[in-house]
Design a protein around this ligand. Sequence first.
Ligand SMILES: Nc1ncnc2c1ncn2[C@@H]1O[C@H](COP(=O)(O)OP(=O)(O)OP(=O)(O)O)[C@@H](O)[C@H]1O
Length: 309
Amino acid sequence: MNPPAVITAENLTKSYGELIAVDGISFEVPAGESFGLLGPNGAGKSTTMKMIGGVSQRTSGKLSIMGLDPETHGPEVRAHLGVVPQQDNLDEELKVRENLIVYGRYFGLPLSYLRPKADELLEFAQLTDKAKSRVDALSGGMKRRLTIARSLINEPKILLLDEPTTGLDPQARHILWDRLFRLKEQGVTLILTTHYMDEAEQLCDRLIVVDKGRIMAEGSPASLIREYSTREVLELRFGSERNATIGVELAGIGERVETLPDRVLIYANDGESALEQVSARRLRPLTSLVRRSSLEDVFLRLTGRSLVD
Ligand SMILES: Nc1ncnc2c1ncn2[C@@H]1O[C@H](COP(=O)(O)OP(=O)(O)OP(=O)(O)O)[C@@H](O)[C@H]1O
């Protein structure tokens, strides 16, 4: 039997005046899943998260979190949720450990619970030795981990993460991904937005690709890649002058040729054999690279645009 859905959205819509930021999206997230909203800036990801978190009212449609409507049962819904917003909003005046305790007090949790819980969460966030540090002395990655630790103070069943690793360096991102994996192993349902395809591939069991407030596709990263791309991609650079016109000369190689401003992509199941065909036509790229298809290719196929602006 499938686990029950902890979040159900049906035709969820949010308009800001004339602008439809979220345009009738529907999805279900079963308990324990790591579910992603992948899309470029402005796609409507944060707006969807805010509606789930009960801090933004929907214009129309239905939304249910653990069987409750966040608009009519705000406090009950928030008790099940941990929220990691896009911008860290830690209290810079307070020390690291105090941030956890003071936040827990907002939930009305007793100090006898909060003190050991704060220590446990600092351990989890690898911040035990920073317990007494000032927040403004922490690195970006540490602040993110502290924000995540803080969001876990009430032992939420669902964690909402809006762009969890934006602005972090690769090492800090990997540490964070590892922590999120651990939460998933503990059975926490993760809902995350990202415009990084590698993050979506690493973290999400299933995701929706969103663009301009609409769902373009839905599935696991692997199934989306299988459905919308080839196994491999041959990336060629011919220099800015030739890139624009070379597409015609490459026609027929692989399943599809996509011309971007700085490179040409040939979609083929066997990239090396596509490269041999390029050589056979006496076309000499400045650089060539064969790689596996990614969600970036899925997005390009679905929208004709690149995921990262
Ligand atoms: N409070 C608001 N008032 C008016 N328009 C808004 C408001 N919040 C968001 N928007 C608009 O709604 C659209 C969707 O924004 P949203 O922040 O949800 O996108 P996003 O996919 O999360 O992108 P980002 O990663 O940049 O946050 C954008 O066009 C944005 O300008």
